[in-house]
Write a protein that binds this ligand. Structure first.
Ligand code: SAM
Length: 126
């Protein structure tokens, strides 16, 4: 488990009831950490790569089967989650948030609940 993911997830202060959305989940490593902290809350991940979303879903199958996690193949730009809203939305190493932060924040706004929060980190992989 990379330190950067552990510390980022810890900083979000996930509560058991949180509704959490991750943009660009990759292999689903953060997903596992988040889901371990959820009780009645839920976690939804989106990734535009079908390969990544399949890998993330496989890694987190117990949480999918328990109804805690859901993995959606979509880009943030094309995302349609209907009326779902989230208390916490996060993105790690998703280039859109670095290259076009205003556009990315605008796209995320739609999915945030009232008092919801967005958490972002971007660094170049070593
Ligand atoms: C560098 S990886 C980071 C994966 C993981 N978040 C991490 O920190 O290890 C970026 C991931 O974001 C996805 N991604 C990039 N832009 C995206 C977008 N606009 N919408 C959805 N997923 C995106 C990519 O397919 C890739 O899986």
């Amino acid at each position: 488990m990379p330190d950067r993911i552990e510390s980022f997830v810890a900083a979000m202060g996930i509560r058991p009831t949180d509704r959490v959305l991750e943009i660009g989940c990759g292999h689903g490593v953060a997903a596992t950490l988040v889901c371990q902290q959820l009780g009645t809350g839920r976690y939804v991940a989106v990734d535009r790569s079908p390969k990544m979303i399949a890998a993330a879903e496989k890694r987190n199958r117990p949480f999918v089967e328990a109804g805690v996690a859901r993995f959606v193949h979509a880009s943030l730009e094309q995302l349609d989650l209907g009326g779902e809203r989230f208390d916490k939305v996060f993105a790690m190493r998703v280039r859109l948030f670095h290259d076009q932060p205003e556009q990315a924040c605008k796209l995320v706004q739609r999915w945030l609940a009232a008092n919801g929060a967005l958490f972002v980190e971007y660094d170049e992989p070593a």
